[in-house]
Design a protein around this ligand. Sequence first.
Ligand code: HEC
Length: 111
Amino acid sequence: MKATYFFGIIMASLLPISLSVAASLTDERQATLEHLLIQDCGSCHGLRMTGGLGPPALTPQILADKPPRESLIASVMFGRPGTAMPPWNALLNEQEATWMIDRLLQGVTPP
Ligand code: HEC
């Protein structure tokens, strides 16, 4: 078993995933997360999530072929060791990381 895959499974298993996350975040917090997604995540992954200078695109089409939602959430929370992808768990809780992945799965378009 590849170490990175194993890491993803371990981390994903630590996350209690709720299916209705959006319902439990305030509108204000969701606006902050949307801003973070476009400004911060977008600075590497591209404003339109179509990929930057290296980091992968995070469009719904691309994500459809990627690992399951839980391991994408784990990538956001814990980063990808050995790559430029930083961990976000100092800024986001699991619920918020889940919200972000769900936004990406729906497709993000900057204003
Ligand atoms: C400093 C640059 C940088 C920033 C900022 C960044 N990422 Fe990443 N991200 C990366 C790189 C590089 C990878 C690819 C890691 C790898 O090769 O495994 C990645 C991978 C990912 C993946 C896994 C995609 C896949 O193909 O499996 C997700 C999901 C992701 N990032 C989401 C985010 C989100 C959400 C944010 C903002 C909270 C963010 N990233 C901010 C550089 C960044």
